[in-house]
Design a protein around this ligand. Structure first.
Ligand SMILES: *Cc1c(COP(=O)(O)O)cnc(C)c1O
Length: 432
């Protein structure tokens, strides 16, 4: 592998080789990560990286678009089919860009967005004060009513929405282990005249695989996502929408029906320049994979594996935020249960070859750089074909490592077991 890089650039080659080995020999439990197929990697490294394609299929600002048009149209058609919507913009370079593109399409500076509290599972791009979006728009929050069950306070959401009149109500998260009630959010949005937008960056693959509910089935108008998390595609984003699709060359009236066209114009020329066509080809391939029957089994297994891991933690009396999981991720309060800070837990698990991240838990009393919790998930180990059995074993090893963080001998035995498990379950090259 990497023959040309090896011949030409030893330093970069060494880094690529190192990362290949790290991925092969360690367990990836970061819930936003995954392993893509060789086909996705090939397309991502293809000749399409050479091409400028500003605009959209059939409406470009440069010549030579015979093949780029085909590839982008394939990605669009597949995304529409999977998610059951009228339009897909597949050009956003990431999930953040997808959200910004959606905000720009519908909001004016100073407008209000009602989203999930960042400490209760919301994402940076849902209005963290450090983002430019937070300087442009006014973000207000809803929260969980009960941290032990994960129940969202929809009554409070309605009250806030009625009082603050948000232009967008945003459902979506990166650190929440339960399902949102899309119907309730959509009803509240309708009641106050807001657009219902879902950010399914983390759960797009679960929706595609039919194990999580699709916001479009509950009246949502906009759904943004990444393509590289549970969806198992290349790094990138998409904005999916319902409405009338018309030419992006002419600005339409700002109505809910025109959202697809407003979004196209928002992404280009509003936010980005030329699309990364190599990346769009890789998205098309990943979406093609997600339409094949095995993907349903994959998505279902992700959730089973997460539940199996959650059960081991609960049996060991470790407090889980929301009391368990309905999706691909688990949030454990290691501070109250094991007297171990999140940073320490992350470092200890790193030593045994398990990669995950420290995470603030709802209403955390500890500092962001050393919070009370850890967040982990099963998309990547499920790609490796782990079932409940191996997942539960990993959870046991995690707890054992955290309880014996200073016992080098014990840790190295755990590291060895993880290495053996990885060898037994190599990263697959293809999923179809
Ligand atoms: C990961 C994530 C994003 C951002 O995606 P990037 O590709 O990192 O920009 C946006 N929203 C949510 C909910 C996410 O989990």
């Amino acid at each position: 592998m990497y023959d040309y890089v090896r011949k030409q650039d030893n330093e970069v080659f060494a880094a690529l080789e190192g990362e290949e080995q790290r991925e092969a020999e360690g367990l990836e439990l970061i819930p936003s990560e995954n392993y893509v197929s060789k086909a996705v990697r090939e397309a991502n490294g293809s000749c399409l990286t050479n091409k400028y394609s500003e605009g959209y299929p059939g409406k470009r600002y440069y010549g030579g678009q015979e093949f780029t048009d085909k590839v982008e149209q394939l990605a669009i058609d597949r995304a529409k089919k999977i998610f059951g919507c009228d339009h897909a913009n597949v050009q956003p370079l990431g999930g953040a860009n997808a959200n910004i593109g959606a905000y720009f399409a519908w909001l004016d500076p100073g407008d209000t967005v009602l989203g999930m509290d960042l400490g209760h599972g919301g994402h940076l791009t849902h209005g963290a004060p450090v983002t430019y979006m937070a300087k442009l728009y006014r973000f207000i929050r809803y929260k969980m009513k009960n941290i032990e069950t994960g129940e969202i306070d929809y009554d409070e959401m309605r009250e806030i929405a009625k009082k603050e009149k948000p232009k967008i109500i945003l459902g979506g998260f990166s650190g929440y282990p339960r399902e949102l009630d899309w119907q309730k959010i959509s009803d509240i949005a309708k009641e106050v005249g807001a657009v219902a937008m879902a950010d399914v960056a983390h759960i797009a693959g679960l929706i595609a695989g039919g194990v999580a509910k699709n916001p479009f089935d509950y009246g949502f108008q906009i759904v943004t996502t990444t393509t590289h998390k549970t969806l198992r595609g290349p790094r990138g984003g998409m904005i999916l929408s319902k409405g009338i699709v018309s030419s992006p060359l002419k600005a339409p009236e700002k109505t809910v029906e025109n959202l697809p066209t407003l979004i196209d114009r928002s992404v280009f020329p509003g936010l980005q320049g030329g699309p990364h066509m190599n990346n769009i080809a890789a998205k098309a391939i990943a979406l093609g994979e997600a339409m094949q029957p095995p993907f349903k089994g994959y998505a279902a297994q992700i959730v089973k594996n997460a539940r199996a891991m959650a059960k081991v933690f609960q049996d060991a009396n470790i407090r889980l935020i929301a009391g368990g999981t309905d999706n691909h991720l688990v949030l454990a309060d290691v501070w109250s249960s094991l007297s171990l800070g999140g940073k320490d837990a992350e470092g200890t698990l790193d030593k045994v070859g398990i990669t995950l991240n420290k995470n603030a838990i709802a209403d955390d009393t500890r500092k962001p750089f050393d919070p009370s919790g850890i967040r982990f998930g099963t998309p990547a180990i499920t790609t490796r074909k782990f079932t409940e059995k191996e997942s539960a074993r990993v959870a046991e090893l995690m707890i054992e490592a955290m309880q014996n963080k200073s016992e080098e001998k014990k840790l190295s035995a755990i590291r060895e077991e993880i290495r053996t498990l990885c060898k037994k379950f190599p990263i697959p090259e293809s999923f179809v």
